[in-house]
Design a protein around this ligand. Structure first.
Ligand code: HEM
Ligand SMILES: [Cu+2]
Length: 547
């Protein structure tokens, strides 16, 4: 989105320093070299949306292939393996990890803190270009024959397979630095750039969620980097790290991989939880219930989340004591998430609920994430996990958390903040209807997969026993409905950039700081540093200043 293409007159508040960030600097190059966190957020938003659409098309191809028990559409099982590997890797590393922190977080975190920008604007821009370089490596890997290992790159197969594992893993390695630097930037910004009066327990809960996520990004991502580097060295130099014939251990790779990838699921979900904590009080017109519990539960998830990675390896030959400890810790980590769900529900209780599109996505999140979370307990229990491991129950579980959770929160946040980012309103009724289509398509696609998995349908197979065909076909129709929902959303949001009604400063009547400034925000966010009084969720609460 460059300034030249956006229609309509230059905003009326044309006096010095009051030009909005979309028009403040002209020409494409002013975007290429921008140090404005808002513009960098928008560039990430475009990039992660493109990744989601590419990963989504691959998902539809997978689902189309699975309508029939035999191989029908794709030329071989190898191509099917490449397809789900790419779908998983693109959706995880190029879409969902940067989707909320680097795109929406980049845009709103400094504004919510009353700051003009993040602490290190140049590092912020560099993080974006590191993301681009990582994405280019992934594309080159696809051109060079792609990868067929699954998104988990498990050894020993990933050491032997004749596909472009090194290029893809180096792409993920590079992307890791974009994630680490973004996290670092956010941690310093929260500590150093809060406006006067904005104490820790007055910060919006979205900021707490981003802060907790940044801690995981900075501490866990280096472990993924080392793991992928070791895999690349093993492929190139055969030093035997993961080779039992040379004294190595292929299961060691799983420990290294999941030591990052389980905390990484919280990098994916905690920012989404932060968005829900912004939307629920705004559209229920009630102060959030248990502000401090929600804030601390984000930190608790970030810390306990480092202690449960072994639950991905209950069938990998760990000792009984080890699996029992990992199982117990897995139950423990579900508690802070349950606290959030309880507090959101308590906030809704007796609220005057306004079912605008952002609220519909937030309510969808609470319902679907709860299903995702509860089925996680099935997998944390040893007895049931051994039966369900590597079946479609797992696929359903993480899509309920990643799509039913994070993507629903992303859609809610996108609609909630769309007017502020673009200066345009999206078509509300169409937004509400499309949310219904997405909700329906999602449950058709993935609820059936719980049933398929509990009946023994393994994941990662292009061909399967005929008994599973009706449910697979229903799931594939659901995926199509889901795809239509996302296509309509993309269409009306793009349409609104040209034809949408002009957005007022605060269409939702929100008390949060980002809604008190111009729409779209001016280049430096604030002409004067604001002084913060009170909480961002004091709906219906009498405060000193009488509102
Ligand atoms: C939007 C609609 C989506 C659909 C219809 C979809 C569908 C699927 C299906 C059917 C599989 C299983 C393939 C198999 O095991 O044979 C799969 C795997 C996977 N999906 Fe999705 N997915 C979607 C979105 C996402 C999103 C947003 C994420 C983000 C995290 C994601 C992450 C994954 C991962 C990590 C795998 C595992 C790949 C592997 O086994 O290596 N998916 N998806
Ligand atoms: Cu896990």
């Amino acid at each position: 989105m460059s300034t030249a293409t956006l229609p309509g007159p230059i905003p009326h508040d044309h006096d010095v320093g009051r030009i909005n960030y979309l028009h403040s600097h002209r020409g494409v190059m002013s975007w290429v070299y921008t140090l404005d966190h808002k513009r960098i957020g928008i560039m990430y938003l475009a990039a992660v949306t493109a990744s989601f659409l590419v990963g989504g098309v691959m998902a539809l191809l997978i689902r189309a292939e699975l309508i029939d028990p035999q191989l029908t559409m794709l030329p071989s099982n190898k191509v099917y393996n490449q397809l789900f590997t790419l779908h998983g890797a693109i959706m995880v590393f190029l879409f969902i990890i940067p989707s909320i922190p680097a795109a929406l977080g980049n845009f709103f975190l400094p504004i919510m803190l009353g700051a003009k920008d993040v602490a290190f604007p140049r590092l912020n821009l560099a993080s974006f270009y590191i993301y681009v370089v990582g994405a280019i490596f992934a594309v080159i890997s696809i051109v060079l024959g792609s990868v067929d290992t699954g998104w988990t790159f498990y050894t020993p197969y990933s050491v032997d397979t004749q596909t472009s594992v090194v290029m893809m893993t180096m792409g993920a390695f590079i992307l890791g630095f974009s994630s680490i630097f973004t996290g670092l930037n956010f941690i310093v910004t929260v500590h150093k750039l809060r406006a006067p009066g904005l104490t820790w327990f007055r910060m919006p809960l979205f900021v707490w969620a981003l802060y907790a996520t940044s801690i995981i990004q900075v501490l866990a991502t280096p472990v993924l980097g080392i793991t992928l580097l070791l895999l690349a060295i093993e492929r190139v130099a055969h030093v035997g790290i993961f080779d039992p014939l040379m004294g190595g251990d292929p299961v060691l790779f799983q420990h290294f991989f999941w030591f990052y990838s389980h905390p990484a699921v919280y990098i994916m979900i905690v920012p989404g939880m932060g968005i829900i904590s912004e939307i629920i009080p705004t559209f229920a017109r009630k102060p959030i219930f248990g502000y401090r519990f929600i804030a601390f539960s984000s930190i608790a998830i970030a810390l306990i989340g480092f202690l449960v990675w072994g639950h991905h390896m209950f069938t990998s030959g760990q000792s009984e004591i080890a699996v029992m400890i990992f199982s117990a810790l897995t139950f423990l980590v579900s508690i802070p998430s349950a606290i959030k769900v309880f507090n959101w529900t308590a906030t809704l209780y007796r609220g005057s609920i306004d079912l605008k599109t952002p609220m519909l996505y937030a309510l969808s999140f609470i319902f679907l994430f709860t299903i995702g979370g509860l089925t996680g307990l099935f997998l944390g229990a040893l007895a049931t996990d051994i039966h369900l491991h590597d079946t479609y129950f797992i696929v359903a579980h993480f899509h309920y958390v990643m799509v039913g959770g994070t993507v629903m929160a992303f859609m809610g946040g996108l609609h909630y903040w769309w007017p502020k980012m673009t200066g345009r309103m999206y078509p509300e009724l169409l937004g509400q209807i499309t949310c219904g289509i997405v909700f329906l398509g999602f449950n058709m696609t993935f609820f059936t997969q719980f049933i398929l998995g509990s009946q023994g349908m393994p994941r990662r197979y292009a061909t399967y026993d005929e008994q599973f065909q009706p449910l697979h076909a229903f799931s594939s129709v659901g995926a199509l409905v889901l795809g239509v929902g996302f296509a309509i959303t993309t269409a009306y949001l793009l349409w609104s950039l040209w034809k949408g009604a002009k957005a007022p400063r605060n269409p939702w009547g929100s008390l949060s700081l980002e809604w008190q400034i111009e729409t779209p925000p001016i280049h430096q966010n604030f002409l004067e540093t604001p002084v913060i009084e009170g909480m961002p969720y004091d709906y219906g609460v009498e405060t000193g200043s009488g509102h």
